[in-house]
Design a protein. Structure first.
Length: 367
């Protein structure tokens, strides 16, 4: 019975005591760490139990906002404002820091002006800097090792740099990243990737800080040129050249053949013409030779018949009448030559023909 009474009495005593103390209240939930990008806003909650009197927000030890239970929030700067929430748990004050600066980074405290320790958290304001790959498009030959440089400038804190090829991460051993202090508490980073490409690849340099929802990235395309393929290509070009040469030569050959054929055909035509002409002449000559007997008989016969008697007459008449024979011979010779249409040239040859003529004359005499 005594125990049971004691168990009932304890809560009764506690409930009787707390209101009696009046200022005995405590922080149920303090602020939690926050990381934000510079320029954005940061929010922190502090929940206190019922019966609270005053709540003070401190940034890096300096009071920035005070909330009094009876009056509400006392704001002295545009950059520090608050919102209030009341629930069955207690009272929640939300501190809103607007347009955060790098200098806002640090300790954010919630104080209730009590003996109990302040509740605190850390604010990290970060700066999204720039990122670029120094090399634009690269063309790399077989077995060539290249260094690709990625530069991050004006970051806070120094970014974590990683590299990707196409869609997979590159092992950390293949690149070296150096960090350096820049101006205004900002940081720079330089990452050098050593690469021996075996294929065309899209390289991505990623810079990450906690405040960024996704890493900032820069890319470069490394175009791999396979020298073997190049050789193949050159061989191909060689073979194509050979083909072209062969085609050209064959074409030239065909043209030459055509020219030769044309020339031959023309020659044949000329020969035919020439042959006919010559043949005619030959025929004529052969006819003269073959039928010479008849023609010669007629022609020479007429000549001879007219001539020989003249000559004979002349020779016979030579001693008798001297001036007449030459005149008569001159007249008679052209007259004899006219049917044969021979040129007067023949005239001087006449005397030389005489030795041959006697044979003909003989033939004539034989026939
Ligand atoms: C809050 O940040 C501080 C400093 O960065 C760290 O020591 C602490 O562990 C963090 N607390 C939580 C709950 O993450
Ligand atoms: C603070 O608490 C309120 C109410 O519960 C909630 O809506 C808000 O998101 C909280 N803010 C933070 C920064 O946790
Ligand atoms: C960070 O900076 C880059 C380059 O200025 C910009 O493209 C990107 O949107 C920024 N990220 C955020 C979250 O503001
Ligand atoms: C590339 O390097 C390998 C090994 O070092 C070698 O066997 C190969 O012949 C090289 N290729 C060229 C095109 O230099
Ligand atoms: C890439 O750029 C850096 C800096 O401009 C230079 O030192 C390096 O030689 C370049 N790499 C190649 C493969 O051109
Ligand atoms: C990377 O991507 C390029 C372009 O999409 C492709 O040509 C190349 O083969 C890829 N390289 C690897 C190693 O997957
Ligand atoms: C690079 O950034 C762009 C936009 O900032 C994003 O769309 C893309 O997915 C990113 N690439 C990688 C590999 O993270
Ligand atoms: C280059 O191309 C040849 C032929 O396609 C191939 O056999 C060889 O493996 C390639 N070399 C590299 C380094 O990819």
């Amino acid at each position: 019975m005594e125990r049971f009474q004691k168990l009932i009495l304890i809560p009764l005593i506690l409930t009787a005591l707390l209101p009696g103390l009046g200022f005995c209240y405590f922080i149920i939930n303090g602020p939690t760490n926050a990381t934000v990008l510079a320029g954005s806003e940061a929010r922190f909650n502090c929940t206190v139990s019922a019966g609270w009197v005053i709540l003070i927000w401190l940034s890096n030890g300096n009071p920035v906002l005070t909330v009094i239970n009876s009056q509400g929030a006392v704001e002295t700067s545009d950059r520090f404002t608050s919102q209030n929430y009341t629930s069955s748990n207690g009272f929640t004050s939300e501190l809103i820091i607007h347009n955060t600066k790098l200098s806002d980074s640090g300790k954010i405290e919630c104080s209730i002006q009590q003996a109990s320790e302040n509740s605190f958290a850390f604010l990290s304001v970060q700066v999204n800097g720039s990122l670029c790959i120094k090399n634009s498009t690269l063309t790399v030959n077989d077995n060539k090792t290249v260094e690709i440089v990625c530069e991050a400038l004006g970051w806070a804190p120094a970014p974590d740099i990683t590299w990707m090829t196409n869609d997979s991460f590159i092992d950390k051993s293949r690149y070296v990243t150096q960090q350096s202090q820049g101006s205004n508490d900002l940081h720079n980073a330089l990452s050098i990737l050593t690469l021996t490409p075996v294929d065309t690849e899209i390289l991505t340099c990623l810079a990450d800080i906690e405040a960024l929802p996704s890493p900032q990235n820069a890319t470069v395309t490394v175009i791999f040129v396979n020298s073997t393929i190049e050789n193949d290509y050159s061989e191909d070009t060689r073979s194509t050249w050979v083909i072209v040469l062969a085609v050209v030569l064959s074409f030239v050959g065909i043209i030459l053949l055509i020219i030769i054929i044309v020339v031959v055909v023309r020659c044949c035509c000329l020969k035919k013409r020439g042959s006919t002409y010559q043949n005619e002449i030959r025929k004529v000559s052969t006819e003269k030779k073959k039928d010479g007997n008849l023609e010669n008989r007629q022609r020479h016969g007429s000549e001879n018949q007219g001539y020989i008697p003249e000559e004979l007459w002349n020779r016979e008449q030579l001693p008798g009448i001297a001036p007449l024979p030459p005149v008569s011979s001159k007249f008679t010779v052209p007259a004899a030559d006219l049917p044969t249409s021979s040129v007067p040239k023949v005239q001087p040859q006449r005397p030389t023909d005489y030795p041959t003529n006697p044979k003909k004359i003989r033939n004539l005499t034989i026939v």
